[in-house]
Every structure is written in C-alpha cells, then in structure tokens.
Design a binder for this molecule. Sequence first.
Ligand code: ACO
Length: 379
Amino acid sequence: MVEIYTAAVDKGLEGVVACTTAVSSIMDVTLCYRGYTVEDLAENSHFEETAFLLWNDKLPTATELESFKSEISESMSLDPQLIEVIKKIPAKDVHPMAWLRTAVSLLAHFDSEAQDNSVEANRRKATRLLARMGTLITAFESLRQGREPLSPVKGKSLAWNFLYMLTGKEPDAEMVKVFDICLVLHADHELNCSAFATRVTASSLSDMHSAIVSAIGALKGPLHGGANEQVMLMLKQIGTVEQARRFVKDALANKEKIMGFGHRVYKHGDPRAAILKKMSEKLTNKIGEGHWYEMSSLIDDTVQNEKGLLPNVDFYSATVYYSMGIPIDLYTPIFAASRISGWVAHAFEQYANNRIYRPRGQWVGRQGLKYTQIEQRRG
Ligand code: ACO
C-alpha cells in the first residue's frame, strides 16, 4: 500500500512559516535588519557596519567596527595560487553568476578551515567570503577583458575596492557612497529564495561554502536576483520613452512578466525601491541620460495602472548601476556581494538552532506499475 500524503499543497510555500528568525523582518512596507529600518541604515550606516549588525545582532562599538573592518581588509586578497586556478575557469560566453558560483566553490579548496563547522571557524570563513566576493567579481571582469586582476587596497572599504578593482581608477567619493548604499539595501531580506537555499543546505550540517554556493545558484534566477539585469536589458530593448507604454501593454496582454515588478511578500510597495527610485532619477540625470529614469517611471505607472503591481528592489537598481557605468551582467553578482552578509547571518542562525528541512511532496504520479522486460515494451 503506497502512502499518499494528502495535506494541502502550498505551491511555492506561500505563507508557510518555515523557521523562526531574528535576522530581518518584513512587516507591510517596513523592512528591518535586526530591528533597524532599512531607511535608517541606508542613511546612517555603511555596508561593513550593517554586516556586523546582521551577524552579531547589535551595532558595533567603535573598537568592534575597526577590528571587523581590519579583518575584512586583511582577507580581501586572493591567494596567488587561487588566482592561477580562476584564470582557467572559462569566462568567455559564461554568465558571471555561473563563473562566481564556481569561483566561490573553489575558495573552499584553498581554505584550511573548509570542513570545520565550529562557530569560531564559521565566523572566520564568513569574513573571508564577505571580503572576497568583490575581489572575485572584479577579477572576472578583468580576466574577460584580458587584463590581470587588480589587488584590493587595504584600509579602504568594500564599496571603494569594488569600484577601484572594476575600473583600475580611484573611485569618486560620491559613487562610493551610492554603491555602499546599494550594498546596504540588498544585504538581507527575510526568508527569500536564496536565504532559504542557504538554510536548507546548512540544515544538513553541510559547510559554509556549500551553503553560500547554493545561495548563489538560487539568486542567479530571473525571478530572484537575476531580475535586475533583465530590467536593464528590457529598457534597452524598449529603446525610447515613447515606446515604453506600448511595450508594457503588449507584454501584459501576452501574459509576459515585466521584470522588476511584483513581490511575494510586499503587496503595498518595496521600501528599497522607493530609495532606489530617487537615486535613479539623480544619477541618470547626472550622466545626461535622464531618459532611462523617465522610461522607468512611465513603465512603473503603466504596470501599476494595468496590473496593480509595484516595483521591487530590482527595478530602479538597474538604472542606478547603469549610471555608474557597471556592465549589465554584473548587476546580479553585485547583489550577491551584498546579500552574502544576509546569507551568512541565516547560516549562523540555522546552525545555532538546527533541524534538517525535509518537507513532503504530494504524490500525483501513477502507482502499482509492474516492470516489463525491454523487448515487451511498446513506444
Ligand atoms: N509582471 C507581470 N505580471 C506579474 C508580475 C510581473 N512582474 N509579477 C506577478 N505577476 C502576475 C502573475 O502573472 C500572476 O498573475 P495571474 O494571477 O493573472 O496569473 C500574479 O501576478 C501573481 O504572480 P506570481 O508569479 O504567482 O507571484 P509570486 O509571488 O509567485 O512571484 C515574483 C513573485 C517571482 C517576484 C513575481 O512577481 C515575478 O516573477 N516578478 C518578476 C521577476 C522579478 O522582478 N523578480 C525579483 C523579485 S525581488 C527579488 O527576488 C530580489
């Protein structure tokens, strides 16, 4: 007798509460990290401090922050042997998220603590992972351009170093601030798809690198972090402000999704999108390409009117990154360079209060079949 599990299926686990968490919360239109609103942190904090908050459930003292920043600074460089190996990962016609997934997995092979799942080792590995994401992403960009990857500069922030290693030039202070705010805004988001992937992998008591590689794979998809890249590609495809409304109406009529809109949890707006919208307006005008903002704004109005959907974090971040001159396919890797702070916080929380994730699937296939020999089978 085959057991058939008959509980109601919550497709996509909508509304299912899978764990308790104190990392970040979404209540109506308010997103908080460890109790602080994202608006407050975007205005007053910076990425390293926000990561400390996520990992330690408190804002750091000046001494704690200096010590955390110096640990990050000391960990940003890549082992020369690792650089030789990553040079061999095919980069031509490979999506940077696929490359990053492989490169982060390789970090484990060069980490003597890779298999040590103690709290202390996990903290040290997490710091190394956080510190090296930007170094890896910019190394990918250098390698595909046929240049040697640049080394990070000690004593400078993750945001500063990302822009420096990407371009080879000392970044403008205003752009560093903009980029840092983007990192803060993307740092965590409750039990999103990639945080859940982190926790599922961690729940088997697998190691930190494996949990983060799972998360990168989940973030890569266009329904999650991959949407920011798709937004910019869509804007470029539309081409002019005049075409925007028609494009949206046609897409919706064809039941196509407009990237950067809709959300499983927010039904009255994503607070991060509101902040990014202002940044997009300012920055696109600053580079003399305000039409990208105008087009985005028109799409925003049209999707709201036609479908009642609001923009999510990915919609206006696309034009913010575009205005900074960042290659379009690096938008999702940048998301990963920020979200790693949240993934790690979720892994810590999962390890500290673990039970393996093991839901059930409701059987809808055939039953009771009898094996037939190959010569007796018909096509
Ligand atoms: N464009 C057009 N229609 C949409 C969109 C969209 N962006 N999003 C949802 N809908 C429609 C669906 O077609 C569906 O309509 P129907 O009821 O007429 O069939 C309804 O709204 C419900 O949508 P679902 O896809 O079931 O919503 P779900 O909660 O499963 O998915 C998601 C949420 C994945 C964010 C979805 O809104 C989407 O695909 N958006 C576009 C991709 C995107 O921007 N992803 C980034 C999300 S934020 C993040 O992960 C960082």
